[in-house]
Design a protein around this ligand. Structure first.
Ligand SMILES: *Cc1c(COP(=O)(O)O)cnc(C)c1O
Length: 377
């Protein structure tokens, strides 16, 4: 089967929510062992901190703090640090990542309230407004920018405007959108946003980061119930001696530096988001042509990951579909919905129109192999 696998490193392309396909040059950047006190490494790290702040146009008002681990480590760090023990968090939920934040609050014994909508329905702004009107104990609100569970885009600007009008603090999980969808700190008022190295910024997985309003981060001292996830402590230590507190993921950082170079070369958020939009449009159009149906209407679909209804044809077997696609060089993802039986295809990572078309051709092949003439939705 290896002849049909055509990524530059011979691996299948990842049409998933992460980990994602990275460029050969990003992978190559990891072929060095640097000590954490190496001057090159220290400079690269300092540079990265500024570059992340620049992506949200936050120079002078915002700072960034990196953290070891997967994206969830940074989400947990943000909640633990920014929501004090006497605070109350309103969690806007329309998917699994929102629910995960509630679980973090359970672990940390933080008081919270949930505003939940269905996985195919964006966060409701009027309900948010009413809740903030009626519950003055709510100190913080957290929203997931793109809910990767379905691929739905939440109305971040409207959420931020309402939260700011009520003078509460906004926390954002922008994990799957950061770098691909605009998030300007001068337009969207937030105290903290978290994302990771390996989603739309196309680095290797292994670290996340928080970009925070400096004045808000300044007030989080002593809040974190966790030592290793204490963003305030990480920030203070890094400000003082330019070092990570504990062993830094040096290779991941080198890859991330190269990934940020490639992000800049592509034209930043506009360029990166533009490529993903083209990927998404081609994939959706091609899948619809084959008879598949998207969960979301186009206006709610973020150009990140697309949820398709599982075909009802008796001949359609998802495991065989998945394996058949993988044999042809494309890895897709199972669904995670409660509202419908589904599967997902991502359009982020180092993928372009050739890969989208290749995946579509592969899907067409397998459907034919199954003997399906018309997809039943
Ligand atoms: C990927 C993702 C995360 C973090 O997931 P990890 O598996 O811990 O990296 C958090 N929130 C959203 C919205 C995501 O897409």
């Amino acid at each position: 089967m290896s002849t049909s696998i055509h990524s530059p490193t011979g691996d299948p392309y990842l049409l998933t929510p992460g980990p994602l396909t990275t460029s050969p040059t990003v992978k190559q950047a990891m072929l060095h062992d640097y000590g954490s006190r190496d001057q090159t490494f220290i400079n690269t790290n300092a540079n990265m901190l500024n570059r992340l702040v620049d992506i949200v146009n936050g120079a002078g008002t915002h700072v960034s703090v990196p953290l070891q681990g997967s994206g969830t480590f940074s989400v947990e760090a943000m909640i633990g640090c920014f929501v004090p023990s006497d605070g109350k968090l309103l969690i806007l939920i329309n998917g699994a990542y929102g629910h995960r934040i509630a679980k973090i609050c359970d672990y940390y014994q933080r008081e919270y309230l949930i505003q939940e909508s269905a996985e195919d329905t964006p966060v409701d702004i009027d309900t948010l407004d009413a809740t903030l009107n009626s519950d003055s104990d709510i100190s913080h609100v957290v929203v997931v920018f793109c809910e990767t569970t379905s691929g739905i885009l939440n109305p971040l600007q409207a959420v931020a405007d309402v939260v700011a009008r009520h003078q509460r603090s906004l926390l954002i999980d922008a994990m799957s959108a950061f770098g691909a969808l605009p998030l300007d700190a001068q337009e969207i008022t937030f105290d903290a946003v978290v994302a990771s190295s390996n989603k739309c910024l196309e680095g290797a997985p292994g670290m996340g980061f928080c970009i925070a309003r400096e004045s808000a981060l300044q007030q989080t001292k002593g809040n974190s119930p966790s030592l290793s996830l204490d963003l305030y402590d990480q920030w203070q230590a890094m400000t003082k001696n330019k070092q990570w507190r504990f062993t830094p993921p040096t290779h991941v950082l080198l890859a991330f530096d190269q990934a940020l170079n490639e992000f800049d070369e592509e034209g930043g958020v506009a360029g990166r988001g533009g490529r993903y939009r083209e990927n998404c449009d081609l994939l959706v159009a091609g899948m619809r042509e084959l008879g598949f149906k998207t969960l979301l209407p186009d206006e709610l679909q973020a150009p990140i990951i697309i949820t398709f209804h599982m075909p009802k044809n008796a001949e359609f077997d998802f495991n065989a579909f998945y394996d058949g696609l993988k044999d042809q060089g494309y890895v897709i993802y199972p669904g995670k919905l409660t509202v419908a039986d589904s599967f997902r295809m991502g359009c982020i990572g180092r993928l372009g129109l050739d890969q989208m078309q290749g995946a579509l051709d592969a899907v067409k092949n397998i459907i034919a192999k199954f003997g399906i003439e018309k997809i039943i939705n």
